[in-house]
Design a binder for this molecule. Sequence first.
Ligand code: FAD
Length: 317
Amino acid sequence: MSVLIFVDHLHGHIKKASHEALTYGAKIAEQTGDTAEAVVLGNVSEDLAALGQHGVKKVHHVQSDALNTFDSQVYTKVIAQVAEQSGAKVIVFSNNSSGKALAPRVAVRLKAGLVAGATALPDISNGFVVRKAVFSGKAVANVAIKTDVKVVSLNVNAFTISTSEGTAEVVPFNATVDAPKTKIVGSTKTSGKVSLTEADVVVSAGRGLKGPENWKMVEDLADELGAALACSRPVADAHWRPHNEHVGQTGIAIAPNLYIAIGISGAIQHLAGVNRSKTIVVINKDPEAPFFKAADYGIVGDAFEVVPKITEAVKKI
Ligand code: FAD
């Protein structure tokens, strides 16, 4: 029996979230006494044998031109074939955009129970109980999966990547691959130099910045820190920034190691998307701003004075 981990990549580069999922899946396999195996679809520019460093013993590599662009229906059928043939009893995804599209579809196909958004290793002492955050992170639920085959998606940044010596056996897998029903007719590069969901550091700003013309100082700080850009919802609604930077309950949920919030009040709907960040720094001129209650570090001050000073200080490091 195996624990099968889906390896997500963008233009051939394996995403950080997949390294987390690989580590997580390998640890589940250690607990259950199974073998950790991975499945990779399409061309990848990285050495797949190196995935063994996370504890994976075998990598099933399915290559076909049809798999070089993401199509959830095509991918679902292929992953299900690999899962069935490899005797997978647990299938692990990252709970990123690909995982959100694939995990439920694969679960339906395999008649498997699913927990989406796991935040810790399952407790296997009494069945298979998976911990996840609910109510926008305000509570924790322990959910038992009772089906023979189980699907779990791991929240991004919820599990530390671990590596050790080891290589995996890379095995070509001959799958039946359907022709995609969708065709990509064009793509637009999203703003920012760093992907928001993959970023270690996120610099985010809100209505306190008064207008889009003031974002240069936010971009300068993000550049110095190698950070992704984010914003509050009213900022995106006012078209000061693109909607793909909007974080929160109705935007993207992120969990970077460092989240810097500039001129954002800290409304509950905003916090719902960022409260899994490891460290939160808040810059706000109002000492009563609710965000300070959720902050690890707070700076009470005018963003227009504070932010350029931080950028200058970072430049000197
Ligand atoms: P404001 O609330 O206007 O706060 C601006 C802050 O900037 C203030 O705290 C102020 O003290 C500070 N400030 C002003 N000038 C300066 C200065 N010079 N220097 C430093 N600080 C300064 N919001 C989201 O962000 N994401 C969501 O996903 C989201 N979903 C929602 C869903 C629903 C159903 C609803 C009802 C609302 C949702 N909202 C969401 C909106 C949310 O309730 C808040 O209105 C929003 O987050 C406020 O954005 P803000 O903090 O940028 O603006």
